[in-house]
Design a protein around this ligand. Structure first.
Ligand SMILES: Cc1cc2nc3c(=O)[nH]c(=O)nc-3n(C[C@H](O)[C@H](O)[C@H](O)COP(=O)(O)OP(=O)(O)OC[C@H]3O[C@@H](n4cnc5c(N)ncnc54)[C@H](O)[C@@H]3O)c2cc1C
Length: 339
């Protein structure tokens, strides 16, 4: 029988990038798919990758399964590279390794922290590219029924920072492997303002270097200043509502989406609501990037919750727009959707 590495009453502080002081009743480290049939699903249960999008607001009264499955396989098709990656691989490590091998497409997604297995969950995206564009299928282990499944691209229902995996009733689905197809004919995506001044014939490595430089300049490194990246999603409103807001706030950045809706910049809304120096205890709005909340050292889950609620309230009062967390906020028993 394969050994399952289980720890009782383990600190989660170093297992999530916001580094709140919290404990889990049990932590299981998954290193081999052969362990899977021995893992019992019993709620509360939480699947964790590198914890860069998960915040443990209080002690978690259940089991945390940390996915550490490793392995990358690459095969060549006529017009694309087919890449299958175990869920515990590091995302940025994969991007660098593929790029070094001349396999392109993920350059705009460079430096996004976290694991490959978490990437389909919120359909990670940056600078005009979303990971779902490249995903052909996802291998899953259903922890409840103890069987292996495979979802196609269409089954995953990718949307902006969303997928079917994110739904509450799918929390027992453990992603074990992600299959990608990266077209051999690479076309750079340069539509975002930070990339617009790159030449149309930019090389993939130049594009990636720019993306990394922009991200390093804008986003705090969680290893130095604990954070979970964008705390809130950019809210999406109807074109009509966007026009009303624009007539009142002519400088408001707006991004038109394919379906006609309009995405607003949550960071701008927070900044313009005068919340750039807002803080509760050691939980604070980051000075250079208002969309990022940071932990200056000793923030508690309650500090963070109070700060996030106050930002939500003030933005709603001023703009009539509801900010929803992009991060997963965990209470004692599971996801705390209402902050
Ligand atoms: C500084 C910073 C910058 C960031 N920038 C971006 C950005 O530009 N774009 C973007 O989209 N995101 C961004 N993020 C968010 C984060 O990088 C992504 O959400 C990433 O995919 C999280 O990976 P993780 O392994 O740390 O996930 P975790 O936090 O461990 O988990 C996130 C969610 O995925 C689930 N999950 C994890 N692994 C599995 C699995 N194997 N099977 C099933 N469910 C699983 C968890 O249950 C949870 O719901 C940023 C975060 C930080 C800290």
């Amino acid at each position: 029988m394969d050994i399952i590495l289980t720890h009782s009453q383990q600190s989660l502080q170093s297992r999530h990038s916001f580094a709140l002081p919290a404990y889990a009743r049990t932590v299981i480290e998954l290193n081999d798919e052969a362990q899977l049939p021995n893992i019992q699903w019993q709620e509360p249960f939480w699947i964790l990758g590198e914890g860069t999008n998960t915040l443990f607001l209080e002690d978690f009264e259940g089991t945390v399964l940390v996915n550490q499955l490793r392995g990358v396989q690459i095969t060549e098709a006529d017009d694309a590279w087919l890449v299958s990656v175990a869920a515990g691989e590091n995302w940025h490590g994969l991007v660098c390794s593929l790029s070094a091998q001349g396999i392109h497409g993920f350059e705009n997604l460079a430096l996004i922290p976290g694991s490959v297995g978490a990437a389909p969950v919120q359909n990670i995206g940056a600078y005009g590219v979303e990971v779902g564009q490249f995903i052909t299928a996802v291998d899953i282990w259903d922890l409840q029924s103890q069987q292996a499944l495979q979802w196609t691209h269409a089954d995953c229902e990718f949307r902006y920072r969303e997928s079917r995996f994110k739904r509450k009733h799918n929390r027992h689905l453990l992603i074990t492997q992600v299959h990608f197809a990266l077209p051999k004919q690479w076309v750079p995506e340069l539509s975002y303002p930070d990339l617009r001044n790159l030449p149309a014939d930019v090389s993939a490595s130049e594009l990636m270097a720019r993306v990394i430089a922009v991200r390093e300049a804008k986003l705090p490194d969680p290893k130095r200043l604990p954070n979970a990246g964008s705390f809130f999603k950019n809210p999406v409103v109807s074109a009509e509502r966007a026009q009303e807001l624009l007539s009142k706030y002519p400088m408001m950045p707006q991004f038109f989406m394919e379906n006609g809706d309009v995405k607003l910049a949550a960071g701008w809304l927070i900044d313009q609501a005068g919340l750039k120096s807002a803080a509760v205890g050691d939980a604070a709005v980051h000075q250079q990037q208002a969309l990022v909340l940071v932990n200056h050292g000793r923030a508690s889950g309650e500090d963070l919750r109070a700060l996030a609620r106050s930002i939500q309230d003030q933005v709603a009062t001023r703009y009539g727009v509801t900010l929803e967390p992009e991060v997963r906020l965990l209470s004692k028993q599971g996801v705390d959707a209402n902050l």
